[in-house]
Design a protein around this ligand. Sequence first.
Ligand code: PGA
Length: 254
Amino acid sequence: MRRPFVAGNWKMTQTLASAVELALGVAEGARPFVGTVDVAVGPPFVYLAAVKQVLGDSGVTLAAQNAYFEEPGAFTGETALEMLTDVGCRWVILGHSERRHVLGETDELINRKVRAALTKGLGVILCVGELLEEREAGQTEAVLDRQMAGGLADVSDGQIGEVVVAYEPVWAIGTGQTASPEQAESAHAHLRNWLQARYNPQVAEVTRIQYGGSVKPANAVELLAQPNVDGALVGGASLKAETFVPIIEAAAGQ
Ligand code: PGA
């Protein structure tokens, strides 16, 4: 049985005051569900420490939205994994489509970050997903295979247990156009088969695969009811406790 995992990706939003208020609302609202659902929030770097303080012992964990793979040193503008663990991060989101397609991150760079994060004791939320034109060209599974093989290159059987996969079709992110439950389930089943072939049946069975892309309270129940959908990575709807908490509740009901 895979424990559902709902994470909020706040992207480049919030002020210090609104981040603290949002964290308070999530910590409070998630309280009845943290016994059955893993919950994380991913604020911008500059608000991580303040949000961590607010989360306290609520059971809601902290995720960073990116990291650099190098040891601390002369890398102006970057953030080391040690810094993330220092401020209390449990997770780091890597390979998000905005980092791939806006910031130009390659599978090779993402893989260096994944391996470094696992070595430093952080859990990784590895995002994969196809563009609309790739889906329309029938390339969805090939794209997922490439991103999985690239992102998880040299990640051992012993390390994969700290990886959560997030299937996020790029055409569904921030567009209001959610994948249908059938489309999500089909991609998730494919990803699980990939894990079985690359690792083993046990890894495939226990690895959690989140769906991301316009998840909201109105569609969460149906998406989370799919057998291979083990949680959600939520952008827009994670920016208000009133819309994020019902998604956690939907995951708890599965
Ligand atoms: P969205 O973003 O929920 O706003 O579509 C999801 C994500 O980018 O992780």
